[in-house]
Design a binder for this molecule. Structure first.
Ligand code: PNW
Length: 468
């Protein structure tokens, strides 16, 4: 079925913010330059057996040295906004104390370059790269890390707040907590359910403290958080399957949505986790901090979870479904439906994006919503200096139609960021998975916009999709 016959022409609201996203450790490289010191991802990727083929972010896309030409590429694609993250270890090496002027200068130059090209900078403060000394002091399971994060956030806002309007505190705290401290497939690679739950709380506490600090010093800033959300569907309407879906929805979505947007942990989630933790780490007043009012909410959307009741002896299906990233619910089965998948084996489910946006708007908030990541990995081939990626293009097309359907249904969706601007270090998968609209040759660092990038440039130019 061609991507060229999937729907009518659609137009997005005026001013819709079209962008693309990256993250510091995934693209910058220059791991030991400019005063940068190790983060948990340097340590993890340099530890035998943690990433595919031992890949590290030491060089990555060498963006640290190629930043001006990368911004020129963004301008050629017509991006209205660029979402990037700041490497904590670059601007505050070690995670405490004074700023590193050379580190801040890199981001100042990046932001100035963006502004000179009419591209709105969208700055994420934390995309998973905790300074290693803070991990050595206990990491996110330790309460003090939240205060350290607020301190670092203030330092970044002091340096860049005069030219950056949009600040996201955390990217996907679910991944930091449950993949970092639960299943251990992400840095720092620890594996303990109670630690994961504590980490999740302290990440949100750090978020709330950072929002308070930034609000006080930068009243004009637009502040938000980015959550990775999934619709969770029961494999059947049998009560046991429905209950399995309730449990996974609790851990994947409501664990973060409820504290941040309602100021409380769901009672059923706390009951499910009773064998794991007594929530003794949650102090009086914490949830008021966590739920400090925001200006925008960012949503990263990739796929849907379909789950079923426990069956004796069932095996998990993929690395990121490893049992312990669902503390207390390791026995729930993740079901594959046989629908088309990406190279990550994630099922392609555009209607799930509509459901997710409508749910957040209906059940949680009237705030403006932004899709801060959406995209797909596929195997690409360079032929005669060109990369044709119809599957990735079709994924974007289907999800943009879904985003538009949500807007038509009344969701205040204000922007969309493709993941990712360019191929990059895909965490535990190293360079073996390609999410980019721009192809990167890791030997030569040559960038080639794929056909999906050319198509996206046209989408931005039209502020919508052509009739197909
Ligand atoms: C997100 N999961 O990661 C991140 O924000 C990006 O840095 C990353 O490159 C992108 O999505 C693609 O993976 C995720 O296991 C990693 O559910 C894992 C999961 C979800 C998101």
């Amino acid at each position: 079925v061609g991507v060229l016959d999937q729907g009518p022409a659609i137009t997005f609201p005026p001013g819709f913010l079209w962008g693309a996203a990256t993250a510091a450790y995934q693209i910058e490289g220059a791991a030991t330059e400019g005063g940068r010191t190790p983060s948990i991802w340097d340590t993890f990727s340099h530890t035998e057996g943690r990433t595919v083929a031992g890949h590290t972010g030491d060089v990555a896309c060498d963006h640290y040295h190629r930043m001006p030409s990368d911004v020129r590429l963004m301008a050629e694609l017509g991006l209205k906004s660029y979402r990037f993250s700041v490497s904590w270890s670059r601007v505050q090496p070690g995670g405490t104390g004074a700023a590193n002027p050379e580190g801040l200068d890199f981001y100042r130059r990046l932001v100035d370059e963006l502004l000179a090209n009419g591209i709105e900078p969208w700055l994420t403060l934390y995309h998973w790269d905790l300074p290693q000394p803070l991990e050595d002091a206990g990491g996110w399971p330790a309460r003090d890390t939240a205060a350290r994060f607020a301190d670092y956030s203030q330092l970044v806002a002091d340096a860049l707040g005069d030219r950056v309007k949009y600040f996201t505190t955390l990217n996907e705290p679910w991944c930091s907590a449950f993949l970092g401290y639960g299943s251990g497939v992400h840095a720092p690679g620890r594996s303990d359910g109670a630690d994961a739950v504590r980490a999740g709380h302290h990440l949100m506490l750090g978020h709330g403290l950072a929002v308070q600090a930034l609000r006080a010093s930068r009243p004009q800033a637009q502040l938000g958080i980015t959550l990775n959300l999934y619709p969770v569907t029961p494999a059947s309407d049998a009560p046991a399957d429905v209950d399995a879906a309730r449990r996974i929805d609790g851990l994947a979505n409501r664990f973060f949505l409820d504290p941040v947007l309602r100021g409380s942990y769901p009672a059923d989630l706390q009951a499910d986790l009773r064998k794991v933790t007594d929530f003794g780490h949650v102090r009086d007043g914490d949830l008021a901090v966590v739920s400090t009012p925001l200006d925008v909410v960012g949503i990263n959307y990739y796929s849907r979870h379909v789950v079923a009741a426990p069956v004796e002896g069932a095996e998990p299906e993929a690395y990121w479904r490893a049992p312990s990233c669902w503390p207390g619910s390791e026995d729930v089965r993740f079901v594959t439906r046989g629908v088309p998948v990406t190279d990550m084996d994630w099922e392609i489910d555009a209607p799930g994006l509509v459901e997710t946006l409508e749910r957040v708007h209906r059940d949680y908030t009237d705030l403006p919503l932004y899709i801060t990541e959406n995209g797909s990995a596929f195997v690409d081939e360079v032929v005669d200096g060109r990369v044709d990626d119809p599957d990735r293009l079709a994924y974007f097309d289907a999800h943009l139609r879904a985003a538009h359907a949500a807007i038509s249904a009344g969701v205040p969706l204000k922007g969309y960021f493709a993941w990712s601007l360019m191929d990059n270090f895909e965490w535990a998968w190293g360079y073996t998975k390609r999410f980019g609209m721009v192809h990167v040759d890791y030997d030569t660092q040559v960038r080639i916009p794929k056909s999906s990038a050319r198509w996206y440039a046209e989408v931005i130019r039209r502020n919508g999709l052509a009739a197909q």
